[in-house]
Design a protein around this ligand. Sequence first.
Ligand code: MLT
Length: 337
Amino acid sequence: MNFIARLRAVCALWLTGVAAVIGPAAAADYPLRQVTVIVPFAPGGPTDTVARIISAQMAKSLGQKVAIENVVGAGGTLAASLASRAAADGYTLIAGHMGTHAAAVPLYPGLSYHPARDFAPVALLAGTPIVIVARKDFPPQNLEEFAAYVRANTERLNVAHAGVGSVSYVSCLVLHRQLGVKPTGVPFGGMGPAMAALIAGEVDYMCDQIVNAVPHINSGKIKAYAIAMPTRSPSLPNVPTTAEAGLPGFQARAWIAMFAPKGTPPSLVALLNAAASRALDDRAVRDTLQALGAVIPAPEQRTPQALADLVASEIDRLTPLLWQAANATGGHDQPWK
Ligand code: MLT
């Protein structure tokens, strides 16, 4: 071995040693201060609800406060853009979802981050089936009547959503494509305020994640037409599936997950993943989430790699679907603003 080759070998050995030390050392000291989880929508909505329940439990195992910061705008993409550029030190995380980390790709051609490339996936937190809900005095009595009513009154109807690319936006975009209608979209900073408007009768209907809708359906403040899943939810036993109610083609599911900025040391990602997974195994956390209709991921679905695979497959699934739907309904700028 000549001198250069020997020098290269020594450098490679040294770098391997440094890398081995940096990982465990970062994890050993972490967290020294508060961890912040950015929620890309207003307080009180589905992302906020799931993030708060799980973060409170993670705080116990991390031994530090885990604060929620709601950053609202552009269907959640404003917050995701900020989170993608945050320091990769484990102190800033984001509760992203099917919208910010998949649907935004086809719907925002100038998106300033890439969900698959600019984040270190931490863990899938919950599956959130979609429910079609309406103000309680909306005239249709069932899903078939709903479809006929929406077709007959499209111009007069207001549909709430949480901005272009949000789950509520995407889900109703697909529903409207199937019904062949283009009602007016009313954007909110999140489905928390959208739900308040629905309860007040200020908007007509919306496609919402189950965790936001269950308490209000069960208390009779709003009505539900169907859950867009193959089976009913135990938390809404009287709400039919879309197949049972006559619209089998409309299936819509969403998910909420935790991400760190790209470059976060793998040892910290592993530590955060373990804390999130422990939270999902906690009996009280499980009971609370399941009562709201959330689907708790199985252990093999909670790994960082499983979340990376989910993001990639969701971008592949949603890109052609949303291009078709946006084109069929006249593009997402008109009238879906
Ligand atoms: C929210 O938390 O407000 C929702 O997840 C918004 C949405 O994507 O519909």
